[in-house]
Design a protein around this ligand. Structure first.
Ligand code: FE2
Length: 386
């Protein structure tokens, strides 16, 4: 196949793809070979990557409507549904959700799994192997949805999930009983990751409470171990509500430590601000300031029709689109960066973005759009090439 006069990183080029490899990449036009399929124009990119979703809860939203719209009700509703899970049900819903991701060009997915269900942990670890053969890379984070210190047995179940083979250690420090126990949770998560040589991926400060200050502890633990690139702090919405001098200090720590922030715009724009009257806070983390400071920020979809967020398509461009609106990232440069995040920073937890260079293996995506801004505006289905 020849992709003729297409846009790659803002420059026009021609690409030839043969038998799963890019065999030619040229700034000058290439001549089609006899019988070769030719795609004209558009934009090419690596496949997309999803840094944050919950496949164990996906597609269950209708069974547990979130009437208050709060994170806490979502957690309570999920805890009831969790009791009735079967391995087959978890696998079916996860497979269907991954199929949705593939349709939208996403071939790497990091899922959190609630360690309150060992059945779900085992199901998603098995699925990780199953989908590898289909060209999908799945990572599983051991996520203790209701915390590890609030009730007996939770810490043990969380450790067991890591022992079973989860790729990363999760935590939810802002949901623990008190500030100190939240900080202790962060430290325990790092210690567990060190013991089993795993990555760290925290649900961190997903609250409008400016007193929720777990991100700075995560940064310090990362700095102490020199774990730049190994740690994700997801949500970080308290940063939205904190005083500017404190936020400036923490953002500097984030950049210095190499912790990646994953913003989940679709969920957080509806979950945050629920205790406000008017004005209501938008509640997303400070993407513009993190970018300006040189931090790495990913965009996650987080929920696909689950007890926290009844909508969701598994199209990551929707997450970028929401972030652009709610975080007011509407300069040309910011919109382009928001879209490119899906195939650049979003790959960080998988070892970095795939390169589009001569000799590289495909697949790649071909989008029938004029540029990144049109991609964002129209959110089309890409063609997966190779
Ligand atoms: Fe999440």
């Amino acid at each position: 196949m020849l992709i003729h006069r297409t846009l790659l990183d803002g420059a026009l080029c021609d690409l030839r793809v043969e038998e799963g490899r890019i065999t030619a990449l040229s700034a000058a036009p290439l001549t089609p070979l006899p019988g070769e399929e030719v795609l004209r124009g558009g934009l090419v990119s690596p496949p997309l990557a999803e840094p944050h979703v919950h496949l164990d809860a996906a597609l269950l939203g209708e069974q547990a409507p979130n009437l208050s719209g709060t994170l806490r009700e979502g957690i309570a509703n999920w805890a009831r549904l969790r009791e009735a899970l079967t391995e087959q049900d978890v696998l079916d819903r996860a497979r269907r959700t991954l199929a949705m991701y593939r349709r939208w060009g996403c071939l790497r997915v990091r899922t959190h799994v609630d360690t309150g269900s060992e059945l779900a942990v085992r199901a998603l670890l098995a699925l990780r192997e199953e989908v590898r053969a289909q060209g999908v890379q799945l990572q599983v984070v051991a996520f203790p949805q209701e915390g590890i210190l609030r009730a007996p047995g939770r810490r043990e179940a969380w450790e067991r999930a890591v022992e079973l083979g989860c790729d990363a250690v999760g935590a939810i420090p802002h949901f623990e009983r008190c500030t100190e126990e939240g900080w202790e949770t962060v430290r325990l998560a790092f210690a567990l990751a060190e013991k089993y040589d795993r990555l760290v991926d925290l649900h961190c400060d997903e609250t409008d409470d400016p007193g929720s200050r777990n991100l700075e502890v995560a940064c310090v633990e990362t700095l102490k171990r020199g774990w730049a690139g190994r740690v994700i702090a997801g949500h970080c919405t308290s940063l939205h509500s904190q005083e500017n001098p404190y936020a400036a200090k923490v953002i500097e720590l984030v950049t210095h430590s190499g912790v990646q922030i994953v913003c989940n715009p679709l969920d957080n724009v509806v979950l945050q601000g629920r205790y406000d009257s008017y004005p209501k806070r938008r509640g997303l983390t400070r993407v513009d300031q993190l970018w300006a400071a040189g931090a790495s920020v990913g965009f996650g979809h987080d929920s696909v029709m689950d007890p926290w967020y009844a909508l969701g398509t598994a199209n990551l461009v929707d997450a970028a689109y929401m972030a652009v609106h709610v975080c007011q990232l509407t300069s040309q440069e910011q919109m382009v960066r928001a879209v490119r995040t899906l195939w650049t920073d979003n790959h960080r937890c998988f070892g970095g973005q795939p390169s589009i260079v001569e000799g590289a293996a495909t697949p790649l995506l071909w989008w029938e759009v004029a540029d990144e801004v049109e991609l964002l505006r129209t959110r089309p289905e890409p063609r997966v090439v190779g």
